[in-house]
Write a protein that binds this ligand. Structure first.
Ligand code: NDP
Length: 382
């Protein structure tokens, strides 16, 4: 039995991971579940999956959580440090990091330092500090298995190709809800429009990132660190059907693609079962029903965030970390009706222009860049 820690178990990825576990309770045992605020859902999950421990990041909910689980033999903790410690604890084999945002970075680092296998949904860990994370993986003999469907696809395409030169990675993108919206109308779109993703049902932050194509920009950075391919060799192609999850082109011109229905439970399960494949009851891809697969170039004039991600990666060092921090603040402001859709990209451009470059950041430099960038972005919003 593989022993799992599921960080962010109350979110979209976390719940789907628990769905996978519930269908394979002969393969997986849950050691740890964590949430930020949603202690009620954490209680429900703890009752169903009987983990060794639960952690609520927001300490204000500790008493309520502890009380609600008083009749169960589950350890109850609160605070971010407790998440880090429990994720690194002995019996855990795989840490699935499904926390959203910068808050996922230190749990990733702590799990790696403890030599765990990290099933990584929290792409922000690599966007912010990919170089450091990779160094730690090598140092501590840990491993990262991607959960993001695109990166899971690339990971699968690269299987059996050790030593073979990759010419380019082709990351597919659904195009989001505004693919066909004329640029001049984007200033007027609302958060409800942006939250209506045509294919995927996900947490609010990544759904907005998909609407601005920031998500695809972050995925370019994530792919660079996961697969060691320069960003110039990572091409984004819009594929609205979201059936081809990504592709790899090799030195001989051959292209391998991974396809399947858009269902996150498949890449989540693969990250947990790797290198094995185990059955799912997920819907199968019927080519005769879907018929046409289309591909188009992304419109980087309309979706400036995609270009900003390439620029941040070219500048390197702490700049992607600043981009991530500014984006988290901008998305939060958009979701609270404080700024419009286009203002998100304006803010990111301004922040990137003002950020002091640090070429080889330490973890403390990343922490400080994140802190200072949040303050700067808040001030620009005011
Ligand atoms: P959700 O917002 O649905 O869930 C986020 C989870 O993280 C919740 O359990 C939340 O707890 C917890 N959390 C939030 N803030 C903190 C914090 N400060 N400290 C500790 N825990 C926290 O996000 P998603 O599941 O959509 O996404 C999670 C990650 O996976 C993101 O990095 C995203 O980019 C990535 N991803 C998501 C995909 C998807 O289909 N959803 C696809 C590919 C990647 P609470 O519920 O209490 O707020």
């Amino acid at each position: 039995m593989k022993q799992l820690a599921i960080l962010g178990s109350t979110g979209s990825i976390g719940k789907q991971a628990l769905d996978v576990v519930s269908k394979h309770n002969d393969e997986y045992e849950v050691q740890l579940l964590t949430a930020n605020d949603n202690w009620q859902e954490l209680v429900r999950q703890a009752r169903q999956f009987a983990p060794d421990a639960v952690v609520i990041a927001n300490e204000a909910h500790y008493a309520a959580l502890k009380d609600a689980l008083a009749d169960k033999p589950v350890k109850v903790y609160a605070g971010s440090d407790a998440i880090n410690q429990c994720a690194a604890a002995k019996p855990v084999d795989i840490v699935l990091n499904a926390i959203v945002g910068f808050a996922g970075l230190t749990p990733t680092i702590n799990a790696i330092k403890a030599g765990k296998v990290v099933a990584l949904a929290n792409k922000e860990s690599l966007v912010v500090a990919g170089e450091l994370v990779n160094r730690l993986v090598a140092m501590h003999n840990a491993a990262i298995i991607p959960v993001d469907s695109e990166h899971s696809a690339i990971f699968q395409c690269l299987s059996g190709e050790v030593g073979n030169e990759v010419e380019k990675i082709i990351l597919t993108a659904s195009g989001g809800p505004f693919r066909l919206t004329p640029a001049e109308q984007l200033a007027r779109v609302t958060k409800d429009d942006a939250l209506r993703h045509p294919v995927w049902s996900m947490g609010a932050k990544i759904t907005i990132d998909s609407a601005t194509m920031m998500n695809k920009g972050f995925e370019v950075i994530e792919a660079k660190w996961l697969f060691g391919v320069p960003v110039e060799d990572i091409e984004v192609v819009v594929h609205p059907q979201s059936l081809v999850h990504s592709m790899v082109q090799f030195a001989d011109g051959a292209v391998k693609a991974q396809l399947g229905m858009p269902d996150m439970r498949i890449p989540i399960q693969y990250a947990l079962s790797y290198p094995d494949r185990i059955p799912t009851d997920c819907e199968r891809l019927d080519f005769t029903r879907h018929g046409t697969l289309t591909f188009e170039r992304p419109d980087t004039d309309k979706f400036r965030n995609l270009g900003l991600a390439y620029e941040a990666m070219r500048r390197g060092g702490n700049i992607p970390c600043a981009l991530n921090a500014a984006n988290e603040v901008a998305v939060h402001a958009f979701l609270h009706d404080r700024i419009g859709f286009m203002a998100m990209s304006d803010l990111l451009e301004e922040v990137l222009a003002k950020t002091r470059h640090i070429a080889s950041p330490t973890l403390e430099d990343y922490m400080e860049t994140d802190r200072m960038t949040r303050i700067m972005t808040q001030e620009l919003i005011r």
